[in-house]
Design a protein around this ligand. Sequence first.
Ligand code: PLP
Length: 287
Amino acid sequence: MSRAAYVNGRYVLHRDAMVHIEDRGYQFADGVYEVCEVFRGALIDERRHFERLAYSLAELQIAPPVPARALAVVVREVMARNRVENGFVYVQVTRGVAPRDHVFPQKPARPSLVVTARHVDPEKSDITARKGISIITTPDLRWKRADIKTISLLPNVLARQLARESGACEAWLVDSLGMVTEGAASNAWIISKAGVVVTRQLDHSILRGITRTTLIEIVAAEGLKLEERKFNLEEVFAAREAFITGATTLIMPVVRIDGRAIGAGIPGPVASKLRAMFHAAAAARSS
Ligand code: PLP
């Protein structure tokens, strides 16, 4: 079966899917994106992903390319054409095609919309989660609006590459005060020495992860103590557990950071339990 993609109003073969060389996404990374998990045919936390897309677009003054309801139809069509029951949908919107100039086009360009979908076997991620992952830490080199999900990802790319070269899966980014912000493509969490679930509070320094938002509700429903606040590496190394969250990883236990074991050096009970609960709890919340 050939893969299909949606590009600016047309369903095309994935291998032929193209945008113009003067697309502002290509030239300036002037655009935003979303990645939404598909699990057993359903889009997980669809409403929240669409809301965050609207937020990112509004912050950059990019007009929505199509109404949200039309986007939902396109997303489902791309899923169907690629027969994606489990995997991910990728949505990207850029400011559109215009002669190269830093300022916004005088004659507003039509925003470019691209939608793709990819099958991924969820069992693969579960196998990884049973072992837990190793991560590294590295300085957070990003701009001061990490709350906008822009396609400008070079610091994230470099951090992930460094992780890969160090034999790790993810990099936690550390701000100039020594506090963890988030992962290169995930939110960062610990279970502190005192047993409190801790993740950094929302501000412009991190992305409002959709998995993070839903997990906070689950943590509250489970009666676990949660603190949204900054934490440093000293606290990380003393933590009982650590984990990351994201649409592509769900809740993924972290067992080593910069080569040092976290807790017992195996996936922690809280992270493992929250992971096992996640899909059912997310589905119950969105119905
Ligand atoms: N933080 C960053 C920098 C990310 O790129 C991502 C996901 O790609 C996340 C956090 C997690 O967000 P979500 O749970 O919405 O996937």
